[in-house]
Design a protein around this ligand. Structure first.
Ligand SMILES: [Zn+2]
Length: 597
C-alpha cells in the first residue's frame, strides 16, 4: 500500500481516531502513566499486560508480544484483513478511501468465496423469514407457536426469525430459482446430498429458524427448532454444520445484538440456546448471550472476555443443566473471568421460569447468583451428603477446582470453604493441589521472542535507528543492510534508510502484515530504555562492529572451505590468492576488534 493517496488516507484516519478510543470499544483500559493498560485479548491474560500509547498510536502486549497500530489491532481482534480494517476505520473516522489496489488472485478468491457464502446465507435468511409471513397453513402454525411463547413481531423482525416449510425441497427449489448452486448450499449445510447419489434434500424442515450472526452482523449459520409434534423422531433443536464461514466453537448466539449492552454493564448473562436467549432478551434482560445449544468452550470464554469481566450462568435447573453450568463455570474460572451460577428452582428452564414467575422474579434470581467456586463446593458437598460421591472423590474434585482458580484471593476463600465443610486441614488440602498440578502456571507466559538470538545485534541496530534515525547516514544504512540476515529487520532498516517516514506511526501503516506490525511495535515499545543519543550511538557502533565481525567470520569460513576444496588441484595461483584473502580478512578482524571498546 505505497500509493500516496492511500498513505494520506491512512494518516488522516490515524489523526482523526485515537487508538485508545478504538481499543476501548472492545477492551476496558485504564490510564497508567503515559500509557493505557488493559487485559490483552490475544492471550490468556490475568494481569493487564497490554499497553496502549495514544501519542504514538500503538499497542503492545508484554506477555504474548501482540502489537501494532490501530489497524493491526482491528485485524487481529476481528480476524480480518488490512483492507477490511481500513474500510471499517475509514468509516469510523469519516475518511474517504481512494480506489483500491488490485489484490492477489488467492486473496480475491478467498474473499469472494466468503462474501458469496455470506450472501447466500442472507438470501436464504430472507427466504425463511418470508415463509414465516406467508399465508400457508404451516406458516400460520409457526406464527401461532411464536406468539404462544410470547415472542412479539418486533423481536421476530429484529432477529430475522424464519420458518422452514415442512417439505423436502423448499430450499433446493429456492436455490435453483435464485442462481444459487446446490453445491454451494450443500457446503453451507443447508441441503444434504441424498445417499442414493442423485439430488439433494433440505436439512431444515418444519422448523422455526434462528439465523446466527457473527460479530459484525453477517449471517454465518442457522439454528432450527422443530414444530413437529413427535419430538422423539426429530431432534428438538439442530444447527447447520460448520462451514468456511461458520465456526461453532467461537460463535455465540445473539452477541451481535447484545454486545453493546454487555459492554456497558461489563457483565453477560449466559444461557444455553436460542429460545432462552430470545425470551430473556424480549423480557428486558438485554445483556444476554447464548451458546448454540452446544458445550461452552475456551474460545467462547476468550471471546466474551473482550466485552465483560463477569458472567452469570443461567442454565436449566435440572441435573443435566447444573452439570453443564458447572463445566461452563470451570472454563470461565480458568480463563480468569469471574462468574456465578443462577440456580433455577424446581428443575425449570429459564424460559419456563419466566412464563410462570415473570421477568422481575428471574431478574432477582440472576442478581442472587452464587459465585461459581462457592456453588461448586456446595454442590459437591451436597452430593457427598447424598452419598452420590465418596469423600475421596469429592476432595479430589475440589482440589481440581481450586487449581483452576487464578485469582489468589478467591482461591484462598475456596480453600477455606472446602476444608471447613469437609473438615480437613488446609495444609493437607494445599499439598494435594500442588501434587495434582506439577508445573501448572499458564498465567505467566514468557514473552514471545520475535527475533532469534543470532539476530540480536541486527535487532538492536534497528531499534536504535527507529528512535534516533539521525545517528547513521543513509549510505551507511544501505551498506550494513546488506549484511542483515533477518529478512524482516532488513525490510524495516531499509525503510528507515530511505527516510520514507516522518514519524513511526506512518512507518507502521506501511506494513500490512500483522507480523511486521507486531515486530515494529515490539521494537518501539521496548525503546524506552534508550535515553539519550550519545549512549545509543555507542551501543549502535558496538552492534555494527559485531555485525561486521560476524560477516568476516562468515567470509573466512567460506575461504577456508574453498582452500580445502582446491587443495588437490595444482592451481597454485588460486591457492595463493585464497590464502591472501584469508589473511586480509584476519587483519580486518583485528582492526575491528582493536577499535572495539
Ligand atoms: Zn497478549
Amino acid at each position: 500500500m505505497k500509493n500516496s493517496s492511500f498513505t494520506s488516507a491512512i494518516a488522516d484516519i490515524k489523526a482523526k481516531l485515537s487508538i485508545v478510543d478504538v481499543i476501548q470499544g472492545f477492551v476496558s483500559l485504564k490510564k497508567s502513566g503515559k500509557n493505557h493498560i488493559g487485559l490483552c485479548p490475544f492471550h490468556d491474560d490475568n494481569n493487564p499486560s497490554m499497553h496502549v500509547n495514544d501519542e504514538k498510536g500503538f499497542f503492545h502486549c508484554f506477555s504474548c508480544g501482540a502489537g501494532g497500530d490501530v489497524f493491526g489491532f482491528l485485524m487481529r481482534y476481528s480476524n480480518i484483513g488490512f483492507r477490511e480494517a481500513l474500510k471499517e476505520l475509514a468509516q469510523k473516522a469519516g475518511v474517504r478511501l481512494p480506489a483500491p489496489r488490485p489484490r492477489t488472485r488467492s486473496e480475491k478468491k478467498k474473499e469472494a468465496t466468503s462474501a458469496r457464502f455470506f450472501e447466500i446465507n442472507s438470501l436464504v435468511c430472507s427466504f425463511y423469514s418470508k415463509n414465516l409471513r406467508s399465508s400457508a397453513k404451516n406458516s400460520a402454525w409457526a406464527r401461532e407457536y411464536l406468539e404462544s411463547r410470547g415472542i412479539s413481531s418486533e423481536i421476530i423482525e429484529e432477529f430475522k426469525l424464519g420458518f422452514a416449510p415442512d417439505r423436502w425441497d423448499a430450499a433446493v427449489k429456492f436455490a435453483s430459482k435464485n442462481n444459487i448452486g446446490v453445491k454451494e448450499l450443500e457446503e453451507l449445510g443447508l441441503v444434504v446430498a441424498r445417499e442414493s447419489g442423485s439430488g439433494h434434500y433440505d436439512r431444515f424442515r418444519n422448523r422455526i429458524i434462528f439465523p446466527i450472526n457473527e460479530i459484525t452482523g453477517r449471517i454465518c449459520g442457522f439454528g432450527g427448532r422443530t414444530l413437529s409434534e413427535d419430538e422423539s423422531k426429530q431432534p428438538k433443536y439442530m444447527n447447520s454444520p460448520e462451514s468456511p464461514v461458520f465456526d461453532k466453537r467461537s460463535v455465540l448466539y445473539g452477541l451481535y445484538h447484545s454486545k453493546s449492552e454487555i459492554g456497558r454493564k461489563r457483565k453477560a448473562v449466559l444461557v444455553e440456546g436460542y429460545m432462552d436467549f430470545i425470551k430473556l432478551y424480549a423480557n428486558g434482560i438485554r445483556n444476554v448471550v447464548a451458546t448454540l445449544g452446544t458445550a461452552f468452550t475456551n474460545e467462547h470464554a476468550r471471546f466474551l472476555r473482550r466485552f465483560c469481566e463477569e458472567v452469570v450462568i443461567v442454565y436449566d435447573g435440572d441435573t443435566a443443566g447444573i452439570r453443564s453450568a458447572v463445566r461452563a463455570g470451570e472454563i470461565l474460572l480458568e480463563q480468569g473471568i469471574s462468574s456465578s451460577i443462577c440456580r433455577i428452582p424446581d428443575g425449570l428452564d429459564p424460559d419456563d421460569y419466566l412464563e410462570e414467575h415473570g421477568p422481575e422474579s428471574l431478574a432477582e434470581l440472576i442478581a442472587a447468583a452464587v459465585d461459581v467456586s462457592d456453588f461448586i463446593i456446595d454442590d459437591t458437598f451436597a452430593r457427598y451428603r447424598e452419598k452420590k460421591m465418596s469423600s475421596g472423590e469429592s476432595i479430589k474434585f475440589l482440589v481440581d477446582l481450586v487449581s483452576k482458580i487464578k485469582d489468589p484471593v478467591r482461591r484462598a476463600e475456596a480453600v477455606s470453604k472446602a476444608t471447613g465443610l469437609f473438615g480437613i486441614r488446609e495444609s493437607e488440602f494445599l499439598s494435594l493441589v500442588k501434587t495434582s498440578n506439577p508445573g501448572r502456571n499458564r498465567g505467566s507466559l514468557a514473552p514471545t521472542t520475535l527475533i532469534p538470538e543470532k539476530s540480536i545485534h541486527e535487532r538492536e541496530i534497528v531499534r536504535i535507528l527507529l528512535k534516533f534515525p539521525h545517528l547513521m547516514s543513509a549510505e551507511k544504512i544501505e551498506n550494513i543492510g546488506r549484511d542483515f540476515e533477518n529478512g524482516d529487520l532488513k525490510v524495516i532498516l531499509k525503510r528507515v534508510g530511505e527516510g520514507e517516514f516522518t514519524e513511526v506511526s506512518s512507518l507502521m501503516s506501511s506494513f500490512e502484515k500483522i507480523e511486521m506490525q507486531q515486530l515494529l511495535s515490539e521494537l518501539i515499545f521496548s525503546s524506552d530504555d534508550l535515553i539519550d543519543d550519545t549512549t545509543s550511538e555507542k551501543i549502535l557502533n558496538d552492534c555494527v562492529k559485531e555485525l561486521e565481525l560476524r560477516n568476516i567470520a562468515f567470509k573466512r569460513n567460506e575461504v577456508i572451505e574453498r582452500i580445502r576444496k582446491q587443495r588437490d588441484s595444482s592451481d597454485k595461483t588460486l591457492e595463493r590468492k585464497l590464502v591472501e584473502q584469508y589473511r586480509d580478512l584476519v587483519s580486518m578482524e583485528k582492526t575491528i576488534r582493536g577499535t572495539a571498546s
